[in-house]
Structure formats: structure tokens, C-alpha cells
Design a protein around this ligand. Structure first.
Ligand SMILES: [Zn+2]
Ligand SMILES: [Zn+2]
Length: 884
């Protein structure tokens, strides 16, 4: 127990954090062992990219998860925070390709097998980095259960899901319009397309009707796609074109004849009312094409150069072809006009390249049947979004959902378990590659070269990580999980897909709450970005200020779903708070005796301040727990912060000092007990937010716990509820505050004591104020205290202030030395007279007023008003003082 006084003089996070984290790991506190006597509480981590680097977004997301899990663990739940990483196929493949390019290599040059060897090497090299960084953040994850989206178990889950959905007819392979990124050289899903406003043009082009003088004008933003037109469409009710339906137009430049068709998809009143139909390069045209049995002519290669169907433009890049086509149309007289036009252009979320909608043979998940129950489970409240408003985004996405393109032309990822007979073309979907084709008996079988969208595996994360498809004990105990903590930017990508996957494969929601947080912005409210160079590295912050300070700054005052601003001042304030706690705790510990024995505490000796602070921490415990249950973590922290800083440090410690300093004072042991109890409870309430400093302090305090991490979360304790004493103390504190304000306003030095007279007719208040005598003397510079029922005997110039139920008077001569004050004011009066004389001299000088710039004259006039005002006040004050 004598280590209590060995506590370091100042708090140095570097001396504490790594040591404590290691202690927690060694003791196995993070590990969640199934315990049927406890209720489970489960969070699965949003798995960061295996080669990612911890950024502020991760820091916020994981701090919030750690707060919840530490809190629930202390509440006695079997709390599991399941960690892991994601293979992030598109992002990582791009990085590996980039690195290979530096060696002059391409994927094709080294082949699939060698490429994957490199990718796994890459994973081995960088894969542990983000995990180590999460540990620096204090994350209390169950590292024994760490998973990776491409580990054996999860890969099995992915295969199982693919095969199940395929057998149910919910996964199909088909020709569809997909979003193609020519730079990443892969298809991407709708959710991966980012729209940005761009300045473009509307080109109006003339299509001549065959065997006629008539022509139809169509407008397009992508004139190069006309090479793939297979019809012109008009609305069936459009009188202008009715006579032309069924006829043909001649496509300029390549002179192909295409039909004029009628389809209700066309908007009669938009533009000319006639549109070109390019089924291979536009999702709507694709649908029209299916209805009318139109051919699909793809005119571009995967790298966005024009292909053999583009005639003379073959080999050109899409934008070069566009220029040439426009020029040729103009020369041949087919270009009617060009209009400037702002439109939303889809770009690749990964590389920013403009995506090309094009027809491609891909694998899709049929979404409608999966979306319906997933919408229902949120509508009926089984899953709640926090804050609720984010459910709208979810519903909007799910209700308008298109089939999900899941195949990617990438090598790093889960390879699609489909196999093709090279002899007869028969397709098989199976767990393993079949030896022979069941149709023709050939053994020439090849697997589909594509891999699955990364989100296909992360959609299964809440159950695949717990052992699914096996019905493991973990799965039975920890599923459904409780809370998913994530940013609003991945509601489509991830949250929505986990929900329908959980419902489909587990028959149950994957989690009960989706706790959404905002993004971390810089001090000016801007998004952190590479181009602005305003990113803040959380590891650097940890290095400079400590992990607790970072976590505090990310959480304080922040509310669910809202963005927050991060600034140096904020972390500095957080560090200052840590120092304040440290100093207060050190003071408490230094005032414990070596032979302290709380079994001898006599609760009957609790004083007014003791009961007040016990009652306050009791109320705080209840409020903070309620806030946390509503995910109001920032508000809860704010309350703990204010309690520790103001009520505990600034008030209670000051109030009990005399009892501590005097070894023989009555109630000394009780004061020590209350300090230990309240500080220990406050540390517990703060622990989820600032795990390190609270552990370091708590283990120095007097208790039976080997760690605050596994100590019991405080509960409201009726025994320590003292509403009467709280009220009394509030009156005393209000009075002290008011007296201090008066003294501060009048610049009264601390050494100067003054008599304080309270006037109150209320007998109870009278007792309360008399009882506070020693506090007024010590904390409010009172020389003596009087409490009386009326104002008799109080001089009219006494300084007054009012608190609830009483008036406060302090005789003026007690606060200031009247002779000296008169002397000072006389001097000030003389100075002001001089100033006024100078200003008046200037303003009465006609030459100055005429010649000086108007602004200068105005300034002088303003000065005159100001000095006159000050002068009047000084004179008035002097008059009052001289009356004494
Ligand atoms: Zn891209
Ligand atoms: Zn075959």
C-alpha cells in the first residue's frame, strides 16, 4: 500500500499507456469467454483495409466502440469487441499494381499466381500495421478472435453464400449495363459511383429519315456513343413523329440504318422529344433495347478506346473520338447546334476517373427479394438507426435498389466459384473445381477469372466472424450483435448489405443499433484531405498529448451523426484536463495516512460538503448511465468533466482541506473516505473515455480491484442520496460565488478581509448560512459573518448582491481604503481633464477640422465622448466617497 505515495509528480502518458495496455493484454481482460450467467454484448469492428493507416475517421470510430465495450464490460456483460481487417480488393490491387509498375512489371507479365503471391507478401508486410495502431488507441478488442476477410473461415462463408444464393436464383450471370472504370479496369457497383457536377455540352445532331427529306434531331452529351445507336425512340402519343414510327433513319458517319421506335420511356416534352437508343452504353437504353429486341453494339474497349465497331474511329481514346466525331458531323452538316450544359457525371470512388456505363457479362445479386425483408426489419424497429434520421437514407436506397453487380475484373479477392467446360461451354457453380464436365465428360474446365466485390465478404462480417456457416457456440451466444458503429458514408456500401445478408442467412438482424457518427473536420470545418494538406495524424497527436487526450477531444460535446471539428486547442484542453485530474488525485493520495483504515469510518460524521458531494456523484452516475444508454456519449463525458473539474477539484477538495491538514480534526478519516470514494467513482465513469489515466489513478486508490477495467460500473446508491444537503450546499456555494464576484469586480486583494452580512427572514436559510461560516472565511475572504432578519444597521453604501432566499451586504470600507481610493480617483480626474482639454483644443481649431481627413475628425469626436463619460463617472464616484 505504500506505493500510493509513489505516484509520479506529473502525468506522462508515455510512461503509462504502453505499460497498461500490456498489462491488460497479459491479464486477458479483452478476451470474452462465453459465460451463460452473463448477457452477451457484442460489437464487430468495421474492418479497416489491411494496408490502411490509422486516420482520424478510424480514431473516432474506434474510440466510440471502445467506450461502449468498456462500459458494458464494467456493467457485467460478457462484452466482445471482435476485431479484424478487410482485404479491400480494389484499393489494394491498385497499390500492388502501382508498386509493380516501379519495377517495370504489369499483372499480365507475371501472371495470376505470382501476382497473388505478391499480394499475400504485401499483406504480411503491411497487414499488422493498422492493428498495432488500433492498439495504440487503447482498443480493448478480443485479439484472440481477430479475423481477416480472406482467411479460411471467411472464405468458406463467402463461397457458401454465393452457392446458396445461386441455387435460389438470387445470383445470376448476365449481360447488363455496369459501371466500368477504365483506369481500375474493373466494373464497380452503383454504390461505388460518385457523382460530380461537370461542365459539358449538349450536341444536337440531325438523323436523316431514309427515303425522305425529313430528319429527326436528337441531343446527346456523349456524341461518340452514337456509333452504337440501334434505334431512335419517340413517345407513342407524340403527334410530331407518329407518321415516322416504323421507318428508318440513317446514322450519320457510319451510314447504318436504324429503326424509329415508339416507347413510353421517352419524355415528350423534353428536348426534341426524340432520343437516340444505345443499348450497350446506357442503362435506360438497355431496357428499351430489351423491350424492342434491339441489337447491342459495344463500341468501346475496356480501356475506353474505341473498338472495331467504331469504324474509322477505332483505336482512339473516347475523348479524342468525341472531338473528331463532332468535327466530322459539323463538316458534313449534321451538327445542328451545341449548348453548354452542366450535368452530373459518374466517377469512380477509387480513382476519380469518369466511369463508362457499358454492357458486360457480369455476376449480379437479384436485390428486390432480399431488400424487402431488410426494409421491414428496420421499419418494425428490430434495428434502429441512431440518430433516427439516417433510416431515411437507408429506406431511400433500399426501396430504389438495382441488382448488385458483384463480379470484379481483379485478382486480389474471393474468386467466383463458377467453372466453365472449355469443351461444351457448360457452367457449374460448386465448392470445388469439378474434375469432369457432367455434360460432356471433358476435364478441360476453367474457373471464372473474376473475383467478388469486397463488400460481398464484408456483408457477412457479423456472422462469418463468429464461425458461420457452422452453428458454433460463439454464433449462438454472440449473434445478433448489439451495436454497429460507423460513419454515415458507408450506409449503402456496408450497413445495408449486412442487414439483408443477416436476415437472409441467419434469419435474424445482424445488430440492434446502427450508431452513426459524423466525420472529423479540421479547425475551420473543412474536410481533411490530401490536396488541402490539412489532415491530422492521430498517431502524432497520441505522441504529443497522449491517447486519453485524443479520445477525450474526439468525444467531448459531440452528438451522434454530427460532424465534429478537431483542433490543437481542443487536444490541449484535453491534456490540461488530464493534468488537472492527476494533480487532484495526487493531492488526495498524499493526504492519506499509511495506516488508513476505512472500516473505522463513521458515516454519522459526514459533514455538509461530504453529503453534498456524495449526493452529487450519485446523481451524476444515474445521469451519465442514462445518457450512455441513449448513445449520448459526448454529453455524458461533458457531465463527468464538469463534475471532476468544478465540483470535485474546485469545490470539494478546497472545502475539506482544513480537515486533512489537521491530523486531529474531527471527521478527517471520513473526509479521506469520501475523497477516495468519489474520486474512484468518477474515475470509473471516466474510464471508458480515458482508459489509461483512470486506471493509473484507480489502482493507486484504496479498493479491492486489480484493474478499473474489470471493476463494477457505479450504480445509483439510495444511501448516498442527500437532497437536503445538496440544496444547503448550493446556497452556500452561491453565496461564496457572489462574494468572490464582488471582490473580483472591485479588485480587492485576497489578503484584505471583509465582513459579510446576510439578510434573510427565513429561519432555515439563516441556519444554513451560519453553518457555512468557516467556508465563507476560508473561501470568500470573510472576516466575520452576520445573519440578520432585516437591513437595520447596514450602511447605505454597502455593496449588495442577491442569492436565492437571501441578500448579501459587504461594507464598502471593508473592501477598499477610502482615503487611498479618493487619492487615486483625484489623479484619474486630473488626467481625464488634460485629455479633454487636448481633444477640445483640436476640435475647436477650425483649421484642424477643415484640413484633417474626415475619419480623423470623427475619431477625435469619439474620444471626446468617451473621456467625458469616464470623467463624469469619476466625479460621481468621488462625490459618493467624500460623503462618508
Ligand atoms: Zn477507378
Ligand atoms: Zn462439357
Amino acid at each position: 500500500m505504500d506505493n500510493r505515495k509513489n505516484i509520479a509528480k506529473t502525468y506522462d502518458p508515455k510512461q503509462v499507456e504502453d505499460r497498461l495496455y500490456k498489462k491488460w493484454m497479459d491479464k486477458g481482460y479483452f478476451h470474452a469467454e462465453i459465460d451463460k450467467n452473463k448477457k452477451p454484448f457484442t460489437i464487430v469492428i468495421p474492418p479497416p483495409n489491411i494496408t490502411g493507416q490509422l486516420h482520424m475517421g478510424h480514431a473516432l470510430d474506434n474510440t466510440l466502440q471502445d467506450i461502449l465495450i468498456r462500459w458494458k464490460r464494467m456493467q457485467g456483460y460478457c462484452a466482445l469487441w471482435l476485431p479484424g481487417t478487410d482485404h479491400a480488393s480494389i484499393a489494394n490491387e491498385a497499390k500492388i499494381v502501382e508498386a509493380m509498375a516501379k519495377e517495370g512489371l504489369t499483372k499480365e507479365m507475371i501472371g495470376r499466381e505470382k501476382f497473388l503471391e505478391r499480394a499475400w507478401e504485401w499483406k504480411k508486410h503491411y497487414g499488422g500495421r493498422i492493428v498495432e495502431q488500433l492498439k495504440k488507441l487503447g482498443s480493448s478488442c478480443d485479439w484472440d478472435r481477430e479475423r481477416f476477410t480472406m482467411d479460411e473461415g471467411l472464405s468458406r462463408a463467402v463461397k457458401e453464400v454465393f452457392i446458396r444464393l445461386y441455387k435460389k436464383g438470387l445470383i445470376y450471370r448476365g449481360e447488363r449495363i455496369i459501371n466500368w472504370c477504365p483506369k481500375c479496369n474493373t466494373s464497380i457497383s452503383d454504390a461505388e459511383v460518385e457523382y460530380e457536377e461537370q461542365q459539358g455540352s449538349f450536341w444536337h445532331i440531325k438523323y436523316t429519315v431514309k427515303d425522305s427529306d425529313e430528319y429527326i434531331v436528337i441531343a446527346t452529351t456523349r456524341p461518340e456513343t452514337m456509333l452504337g445507336d440501334t434505334a431512335v425512340a419517340v413517345h407513342p402519343d407524340d403527334g410530331r413523329y407518329r407518321h415516322l414510327v416504323g421507318k428508318k433513319v440513317i446514322l450519320p458517319l457510319i451510314n447504318r440504318e436504324i429503326p424509329i421506335i415508339a416507347d413510353e420511356y421517352v419524355e415528350k416534352d423534353f428536348g426534341t422529344g426524340a432520343v437516340k437508343i444505345t443499348p450497350a452504353h446506357d442503362p435506360n437504353d438497355f431496357e428499351v433495347g430489351l423491350r424492342h429486341n434491339l441489337p447491342q453494339i459495344r463500341i468501346m474497349n475496356d480501356d475506353a478506346t474505341m473498338n472495331e465497331n467504331a469504324g474509322q474511329y477505332q483505336g482512339m481514346d473516347r475523348y479524342e473520338a468525341r472531338k473528331r466525331i463532332v468535327k466530322d458531323l459539323e463538316q458534313l452538316g449534321f451538327l445542328v447546334k451545341v449548348e453548354g450544359h452542366t450535368h452530373n457525371v459518374g466517377t469512380c470512388y477509387r480513382c476519380g476517373t469518369v466511369i463508362e456505363p457499358l454492357i458486360s457479362k457480369q455476376w449480379f445479386v437479384k436485390m428486390k427479394p432480399l431488400a424487402e425483408p431488410a426494409i421491414e426489419i428496420v421499419k418494425n424497429g428490430t434495428i434502429s438507426f441512431v440518430p433516427e434520421r439516417f433510416s431515411k437514407i437507408y429506406f431511400n436506397w433500399m426501396e430504389n435498389i438495382q441488382d448488385w453487380c458483384i463480379s470484379r475484373q481483379l485478382w486480389w479477392g474471393h474468386r467466383i466459384p463458377a467453372y466453365y467446360c472449355q469443351e461444351c461451354g457448360h457452367m457449374m457453380v460448386d465448392y470445388d473445381m469439378p474434375d469432369v464436365c457432367p455434360k460432356c465428360g471433358s476435364s478441360r474446365i476453367e474457373q471464372d477469372p473474376d473475383t467478388l466485390d469486397t463488400w460481398f465478404s464484408s456483408a457477412l462480417w457479423p456472422f462469418s466472424t463468429l464461425g458461420w456457416p457452422d452453428n458454433t457456440e460463439d454464433l449462438q451466444y454472440f449473434y445478433p450483435t448489439d451495436v454497429l458503429v460507423t460513419g454515415y458514408d458507408i450506409i449503402f456500401f456496408w450497413v445495408a448489405r449486412m442487414i439483408f445478408s443477416g436476415v437472409e442467412h441467419m434469419g435474424k438482424e445482424p445488430f440492434k443499433y446502427v450508431f452513426i457518427h459524423g466525420i472529423v473536420r479540421d479547425a475551420l470545418g473543412r474536410k481533411m484531405s490530401k490536396s488541402l494538406g490539412n489532415g491530422i495524424d492521430p498517431l502524432e497527436i497520441i505522441d504529443r498529448y497522449g491517447t486519453d487526450a485524443l479520445r477525450f477531444a474526439l468525444t467531448i460535446g459531440n452528438s451522434p451523426g454530427n460532424d465534429l471539428r478537431f483542433s490543437d486547442e481542443k487536444v490541449e484542453a484535453s491534456r490540461n484536463f488530464a493534468n488537472k485530474i492527476w494533480n487532484a488525485s495526487r493531492f488526495v493520495l498524499m493526504n492519506f495516512d499509511d495506516d488508513i483504515d476505512f472500516s473505522k469510518v463513521d458515516e454519522g460524521k459526514f459533514t455538509l460538503p461530504d453529503k453534498w458531494i456524495l449526493s452529487r456523484i450519485n446523481a451524476l452516475t444515474r445521469e451519465v448511465t442514462e445518457n450512455m444508454e441513449k448513445f449520448e456519449l459526448g454529453i455524458a463525458l461533458q457531465k463527468v468533466y464538469e463534475f471532476i473539474w468544478e465540483e470535485f477539484c474546485d469545490w470539494y477538495i478546497e472545502l475539506v482541506k482544513p480537515r486533512l491538514y489537521d491530523r486531529d480534526s474531527e471527521g478527517r478519516l471520513e473526509a479521506q473516505f469520501v475523497l477516495n470514494y468519489v474520486l474512484g467513482t468518477a474515475m470509473k465513469l471516466l474510464h471508458p473515455y480515458m482508459p489509461f489515466i483512470t486506471e493509473e489513478i484507480y489502482t493507486h486508490l484504496i479498493n479491492d480491484d486489480e484493474s478499473i477495467m474489470i471493476s463494477k460500473w457505479p450504480e445509483y446508491n439510495e444511501k448516498y442520496s442527500f437532497p437536503e444537503e445538496e440544496k444547503k450546499m448550493r446556497i452556500v456555494m452561491d453565496a461564496i460565488r457572489n462574494i468572490r464576484n464582488i471582490r473580483a469586480e472591485m479588485n480587492v486583494p485576497a489578503s484584505r478581509k471583509a465582513k459579510v452580512i446576510f439578510v434573510t427572514a427565513d429561519g432555515e436559510n439563516r441556519n444554513i448560512l451560519m453553518g457555512g461560516k468557516s467556508f465563507f472565511e476560508r473561501l470568500a475572504g470573510a472576516s466575520e459573518i452576520a445573519v440578520q432578519a432585516d437591513k437595520s444597521g447596514i450602511s447605505s453604501d454597502a455593496v449588495a448582491s442577491i442569492i436565492e432566499g437571501a441578500e448579501i451586504y459587504i461594507p464598502l470600507e471593508d473592501l477598499i481604503d477610502i482615503e487611498k481610493e479618493i487619492e487615486r480617483l483625484e489623479k484619474e480626474k486630473a488626467n481625464l481633464e488634460k485629455e479633454l482639454e487636448r481633444v477640445n483644443g483640436k476640435l475647436n481649431n477650425a483649421g484642424f477640422v477643415a484640413k484633417a481627413p474626415a475619419k480623423v475628425v470623427e475619431e477625435e469626436k469619439a474620444k471626446k465622448v468617451k473621456y467625458q463619460d469616464m470623467y463624469d463617472k469619476v466625479v460621481e464616484r468621488l462625490k459618493a466617497l467624500k460623503k462618508q
